[in-house]
Ligand binder design. Structure first.
Ligand code: AHR
Length: 635
């Protein structure tokens, strides 16, 4: 123990207990964390069950100054086979009417994801791929405009090559607007092909190219998660085999990544792909936990309800070896030397050092059917044999109790899967009356990753119920080794799933009270659980308490959740610790049970910290409907 003396009766608990789960749901990636401002940049949009999208969705034909021409979609000789669709702009006439002083030409306008936020003085990096299809070079005007057509930023480009070429220019905004748009306008006659039209703020999180929206990345980083599970959820297995998330299609230059309709009814560019996920994990000091499909489709359905769904439930067995190799390649890509085949792909993207992958999850909420078992076993055994250093995470299936759930655990235990992923979304009352769920788990079997959970709501009562449950996770931190709330992000007006931990729009971020609870747990985690510090009935479903010890700092951390309508008096006994320092730091979240951090009132409830005098033994009155955290120095 590298600390200040292990407290009496302390039990070692997981140091990876509190992490996050990022899924591309609710526009969390494109239109969210991924800083790209152009929507449908590669003209790859296609119809979804919910929307009649097509390659020109979110693009508008513009021809100011009485100009005319054509814009049409093409697929012949594309930029890359993964990116088959592009647009041709054919300018027949550029208007030059007397007295007209504005721009003239033919082109396309993109409003982004419900408008682009442009800030005066900031730089935006525009880029596109083009190919000249006529003789003379063509001049383009690139502008950011407000809805009235006033120019916020401008620059020009010339297309002069007949093969696909990347062109880029910076745009410096001279004024701000929250619903700006981008216009690409050919101002001279001619014909050209256009693809991957991109606009990024220069300022991305940690200034990474192809990077992330800095404020949103920061609010996630502030959770100080020990790990990030990604990219899903149901997104991973997709809702048909063709819709499975294949990691290789999401690395390399963005113009070579494969875009597709997203299981959640929108579109994913893969711009936020495996490299960006791993880079983000490294930037925020979290361990990456990628989830690969278990080679079966969403709950073995075959995705018959989706466009193109074939009803095929599982990868044919004769394709399994190739698929397993894809997973082994992922490990080489993440951890192999830059001289290895896949390590070289990582190095080419700018990361010669390995990413030190420790965990890999196989599957998400699959029904435990013979098809699943057969394929999971094949993947699991192959990865385990080749990479015993990687800790594999399996699944208990879509339920959190009952026959199917037991079947999931039985199968996992038969294979000796080290960690099994459980998911549940339910009533806050359930969390309060089940916080002892893991007290009875068999310690000799697989450990638990509570990969997805949330109580139904964002009110204070929900947050306190979750705090009580997380106290139960700490108490069982020897068997529950990881946990993550879900979903993490929800874009206002674009959600498919509520509640979410962090709401946002193009400009603002609204952390829920639940967010603050998650943050307090992860920034006040311990590596030892110390029993009996707070005298309580273990099955009390209103008042729940824990004490952990952080051996790095020598701090004892008491957590008290009171989900009741009355204050509760508790007795605290710190006799297990030596050298208790009298002045502790206390943080409290409290209010009315229905309080919520609404969009108009984003910080109604937030944690408040002060100092508080403690003694070896003291009484504490926990306010009604509150979560209290007391951090005590013991060195
Ligand atoms: O978190 C939202 C969804 O809930 C996940 O994609 C899935 O795993 C679960 O059903």
């Amino acid at each position: 123990l590298c600390g200040y003396g292990q407290p009496r009766n302390a039990k070692k608990i997981s140091t990876d207990l509190f992490g996050i789960f990022f899924e591309d749901i609710n526009y969390a990636a494109d239109g969210g964390l991924y800083a790209e401002l152009v929507q449908n940049r590669s003209f790859e949009y296609s119809p979804t069950e919910r929307r009649e999208w097509h390659p020109l969705s979110f693009w508008e034909y513009v021809n100011p100054g009485y100009s005319y021409g054509y814009v049409y979609v093409q697929t012949q000789d594309p930029l890359h086979s993964n990116n088959p669709t592009y647009v041709v702009i054919d300018v027949e006439h550029v208007g030059k009417e007397a007295g007209y002083t504005g721009l003239s030409g033919v082109g396309l306008k993109n409003q982004g994801f419900a408008g682009m936020v442009v800030k005066a003085g900031e730089q935006y990096n525009f880029s596109m791929f083009s190919r000249l299809l006529s003789k003379e070079p063509i001049t383009l005007s690139i502008t950011l405009q407000n809805p009235q057509g006033e120019i916020l930023a401008e620059n020009t480009l010339t297309i002069s090559t007949s093969s696909w070429t990347k062109l880029d220019v910076p745009l410096i905004a001279k004024a701000s607007h929250d619903t700006a748009s981008l216009t690409v306008l050919a101002t001279t006659k001619g014909k050209f092909a256009l693809d991957v039209v991109s606009l990024f703020p220069k300022n991305t999180f940690k200034n990474r190219p192809n990077g992330l929206r800095p404020d949103l990345a920061q609010v996630i980083a502030d959770l100080k998660p020990r790990f990030v599970r990604f990219p899903g959820g149901c997104l991973v297995h997709g809702d048909g085999l063709g819709n499975m998330y294949r990691w290789k299609q999401t690395v390399g230059p963005i113009e070579q990544r494969k875009e597709q309709r997203n299981l959640w009814g929108y579109h994913q560019t893969g711009g936020l792909g495996y490299f960006e996920y791993f880079q983000f994990c490294e930037d925020i000091g979290a361990k990456p936990v990628p989830v690969v499909p278990a080679a079966v489709s969403c709950q073995n359905s075959g995705g018959t309800w989706r466009i193109g769904g074939t009803g095929q439930k599982a990868l044919p067995l004769d394709e399994m070896q190739e698929y397993i190799q894809e997973i082994l390649d992922l490990i080489e890509w993440a951890n192999g030397p830059a001289t290895s085949k896949w390590g070289a792909v990582r190095a080419a993207a700018g990361h010669p050092e390995p990413f030190n992958l420790e965990y890999l999850a196989i599957g998400n909420e699959e029904k435990i059917t013979p098809e699943f078992e057969q394929r999971f076993r094949m993947i699991y055994e192959a990865v385990k044999a080749k990479h015993p250093e990687i800790t594999l995470i399996g699944t208990s299936g879509p339920f959190h109790s009952g026959e199917d759930f037991d079947k999931g655990w039985q199968f996992a235990n038969e294979l000796k899967v080290p960690i099994v992923d459980e998911h549940y979304y339910t009533d806050p009352k359930w969390y309060l009356s089940n916080h002892y769920r893991y007290d009875a788990y068999d310690r000799s079997k697989g450990k638990v990753y509570l990969g997805e959970y949330a109580s139904w709501g964002s009110k204070l009562y929900n947050a306190i119920a979750e705090a009580a449950y997380m106290i139960g996770l700490e108490r069982n931190g020897d068997v529950v080794v990881m946990s993550s709330y879900a979903p993490l992000l929800g874009k206002m007006g674009f959600t498919q799933w509520n509640p979410d931990l962090i709401y946002f729009d193009n400009k603002n971020i609204y952390p829920t009270i639940n967010y603050y609870v998650q943050q307090l747990f992860s920034t006040n985690a311990g590596d030892y659980y110390v029993p009996d510090v707070v005298a309580l009935n273990r099955r009390d479903s209103v008042m729940v308490a824990s004490c952990v010890y952080d051996s790095k700092t020598g701090d004892a951390i008491i957590k008290l959740a009171n989900a009741g309508k009355e204050n509760k008096k508790v007795k605290i006994d710190l006799s297990a610790f030596k050298n208790i320092q009298p002045v502790a730091a206390r943080t409290v979240i409290t209010g009315n049970e229905d309080d919520e951090n609404k969009f108009g009132l984003p910080s109604k409830i937030a944690p408040v910290t002060d100092s508080y005098k403690v003694a070896r033994k003291f009484d504490y009155e926990v306010p009604a409907m509150s979560f209290v955290l007391i951090r005590i120095k013991t060195k």
